[in-house]
Design a protein around this ligand. Sequence first.
Ligand SMILES: CCCCCCCC/C=C\CCCCCCCCCCCCCCCC(=O)SCCNC(=O)CCNC(=O)[C@H](O)C(C)(C)COP(=O)(O)OP(=O)(O)OC[C@H]1O[C@@H](n2cnc3c(N)ncnc32)[C@H](O)[C@@H]1OP(=O)(O)O
Ligand SMILES: Cc1cc2nc3c(=O)[nH]c(=O)nc-3n(C[C@H](O)[C@H](O)[C@H](O)COP(=O)(O)OP(=O)(O)OC[C@H]3O[C@@H](n4cnc5c(N)ncnc54)[C@H](O)[C@@H]3O)c2cc1C
Length: 670
Amino acid sequence: MPSSSGNSKVNPDLVKERKKCTFNTLELTHLLDGGEDKTRERHSRENFFLEDPELRSEVPLEYLSHKEKYEEAVRKACILFRKVQELQNEGKGGMENFREILGGQLGSAILKDGNPLTLHYVMFIPTLMGQGTVNQQAEWIQRAWGCDIIGTYAQTELGHGTFIRGLETIASYDPQTEEFILHSPTITSYKWWPGGLGHSANYAVVVAQLHTQGKNHGIHPFIVQLRDEETHMPLPGIKIGEIGSKLGMNSTNNGYLGFEKVRIPRTNMLMKNSQVLPDGTYVKSPSSKLTYGTMIFVRVVLVQDAATYMKKACTIATRYSAVRHQSQIKVNEPEPQIMDFLTQQHKLFPNIAGCFAFQYAANWLWETYNNVTGELESGQLENLPELHAAACVLKAVSTADAAQGVETLRLSCGGHGYMTSSNLPSTYGLVTAMCTYEGENTVLLLQTARFLLKVWQNKQNLQKLPTVSYLENAFRNNSSFQKSVQWIIGALQKTTVGKIDLANKHINDRVRNGMAYEDAWNSTSIELVGLAELHGRVIIVETFRISVEKCRNQVSRELFAVLEQLLQLYAVNTALRCCGDLLKYTDMQGKDVEVLQAWLEELLNQLRPNAVGIVDAFDFRDEVISSALGSYDGNVYERLLEEAQKSPLNAEPVNKSFKSYLKPFMKSQL
Ligand SMILES: CCCCCCCC/C=C\CCCCCCCCCCCCCCCC(=O)SCCNC(=O)CCNC(=O)[C@H](O)C(C)(C)COP(=O)(O)OP(=O)(O)OC[C@H]1O[C@@H](n2cnc3c(N)ncnc32)[C@H](O)[C@@H]1OP(=O)(O)O
Ligand SMILES: Cc1cc2nc3c(=O)[nH]c(=O)nc-3n(C[C@H](O)[C@H](O)[C@H](O)COP(=O)(O)OP(=O)(O)OC[C@H]3O[C@@H](n4cnc5c(N)ncnc54)[C@H](O)[C@@H]3O)c2cc1C
C-alpha cells in the first residue's frame, strides 16, 4: 500500500524505481513495525490524528510571528492531548501513542516547530511515577494524567546545565510550618530552558538543593505550583517568562523561572528515594543517582526518535535524488538521476543503513531499560551503572549521527534542500537540539568513558556485564583481516580495548608524574571521548548483526538479502570512518583499507535499485514527511511552486515598499 495520501500522477522516475525494487516493501514495513497488526494499529492512529481538520494549519508556520506560532502550537497541542486521552479511555493507549504523538513520527508532523506541552508527558509524569511515593502518585498522577494540571521539568539554570550538583536554587526546610522555602539566590540560579515553562505549564518538578537542619543534602525534586489554576497568573514570588527565539523549536515555549522565598508543603518533595521527616530529619536514598532516573528514561527514548528523524530525512532525500536530473556522466547522454552519482549514493545509503542501526539499538535499549528499572523497583541497583553508560553513549552517538546525517541529506538536495518547504531545515533544527538537551553529548560520552575505565581497572565482573563482556577477550583476538561483518565487529572491539588501555595508561602516567587524577582525566579526555564513542559503535553494530540474524528464518530471502546489505554497509562505513584507529590497533593493513573501500562501493551499487523501495517501506504519509521534495508522487517542481505561492509577499503583485523606498531610490539623482 503506497504511503501517498493524494491521487496525483506519480513521477515516472519513481514508478521506474518502484518497479526495480527486488523485495516486498510491505514485508519490510511490517518487520520495522513489529508485525502486520502493529502496522494496522499505526495506520489507524495516523488516520485518527492526521485526518482531523482541526489539526491542520491555515497558514504555513514560517509565516507566523513568534507569538502566533506559540498560540497555534497551544491550540493544536490541546487537541492532540485530548485525542490521546480519548485513545487511553478506549484502551487503545500505551507507549506507542506517546512515542508517535510526542516524537518525530506524528508529533513533528502536526507541530513542526515543537510542542509546548511535550514535557508534561515526557518528563513531568515520568518523574512523578519514578520519584513519587505511592501517596504522592495517588495525589498527583491522576490530576496530571487527566491534564487538570500541566507540568514541566525545571532543572537547568542559567549558570548550570551539565553540572547539576552545582545548581543554586535552594529548598530550605522550615520545621515550624512543615514547608520548604524555594529561593533563587543569584541571577545564575534562575531556571532556564524547561519546555512549556514560559506560558504553558502551571506546575513544575523543580530540582533544587535541599537544606535541612543546617545541612545541604544535594539536589532533590520538588513539585511546585507556578500559576493560579483558574487565572493562570504567576503565583506570588514566581518570576516567570519565555526565553526567546532559538535556532529551532520555536513553539516549545522554553522558559525561565526565579523564586522569591516561595513556600510549598513538605509533602511536595518527591520522596520515593529520600525523605525529609516533619521534624526536618533527612533520610538518605539508597543511591543518590536515583534522582537522575528521569534523565535516563528520556535518553533511552531519544535513540528511537533520532532513528525516526533520520528515516524522514532519508525518505525526502532519496525520493528527490530519484526524480532530480542534473549534469552528465557521459557526453551526449541524457542527464542522469542524481542518485546515479556514486558520491550521491555515498551521502544517502549509509544514512539509510543508519536508520536500521539506530532502530535496532533503540529496541535493545528500551528492553534493557525496562528490565533494569524493574530490578530497581525491588531494590536491586547492580545493573544501573551499565544502563546509565549504555543510555549515555547511545543517546550521544545516535543524535550526533542523526544531526550530521540530516545535514548531509539536506546538502544532498542542493539548493532545494535549503528551502523551508523541503522540511529539512526544521528537521535539522529539531535534531541538532537533541545533541545538547538531556545531557550534552561530550559530557555523556565522558560518563560512559568513566564507566569503561572503571570496569577495565576492576576487570573481575566483566562476564556479568553484557555490553562490556567483550573487553575480556578482545585483546587476544588475532584474526587476520577478512571482508566480513564479524571481522569488523571483532576489530572494533579490539580497537576499543586498545584505546581504553592506552587512555588508562596515559592517566596513570600523568598521575605518576604528579598530576591530580582529575587533571589527568581532563588531559586525557579527547582520548576518553573517542573510546566511548567507539564502544557505542560496537554496541550498535553488534545489535544490528544480532537483529538481522534473528530475521533469517522469518523474512523472505529477497528481504533478508537487503537487510544483510544494509548491515554490511553500516559496518564497513563504520570501519572506514575509524580506519586510522583500526590500522593502529589491529592487524589491518593499508591494502585492507582498499578492500573495505571497494566493498563499500560494491554495496552502494547493490543497494541502488532498492533505495526508493527501502524508504517507501518506512511508510511515512505525505503529511508526516511534509516536504515538497519527498512526497510519494515525486512531483517536486509543482510542489515547490505551490508552496512558493503561500509566501505572503506573493499575495499582491507590487509590494508597498516599492513606492516608499525603491522607486524614490531608483529615481533619485546624486
Ligand atoms: C502506558 C505508558 C505510560 C507512560 C507514561 C509516560 C508517558 C510517555 C512519555 C514519553 C514517551 C516517549 C516520547 C518520545 C519522544 C521524545 C521527544 C522528546 C522531546 C524532548 C524535549 C526536550 C527534553 C529536554 C529536557 C532536558 O534537557 S532536562 C535536563 C537534562 N539535563 C541533563 O541531562 C544534565 C546532564 N548532567 C548529568 O546528567 C550529570 O550531572 C552528570 C553529567 C552525569 C554528572 O553528575 P554528577 O556530577 O553527579 O556525577 P559524577 O560525579 O560525574 O558521577 C557520579 C556517579 O554517578 C553516576 N551517574 C551519573 N548520572 C547517573 C544516572 N543518570 N544514573 C545512574 N548513575 C549516574 C556516574 O556514572 C558516577 O558513578 P561512579 O560509580 O563512577 O561514581
Ligand atoms: C532545546 C532545548 C530544550 C531543553 N529543555 C530543557 C528542559 O525541559 N528542562 C531542563 O531542565 N533543561 C532543558 N534544557 C537544558 C539542557 O539540558 C542543557 O542545555 C544541557 O544539559 C547542556 O547544559 P549547558 O547548556 O549548561 O551546557 P554546558 O555544560 O555549559 O556546555 C557547554 C560546553 O562545555 C562542555 N562541558 C561542560 N561540562 C563538561 C565536562 N565536565 N567535561 C567536558 N566538557 C564539558 C560541553 O561539552 C560543551 O561543549 C534544554 C536545552 C535545549 C537546547
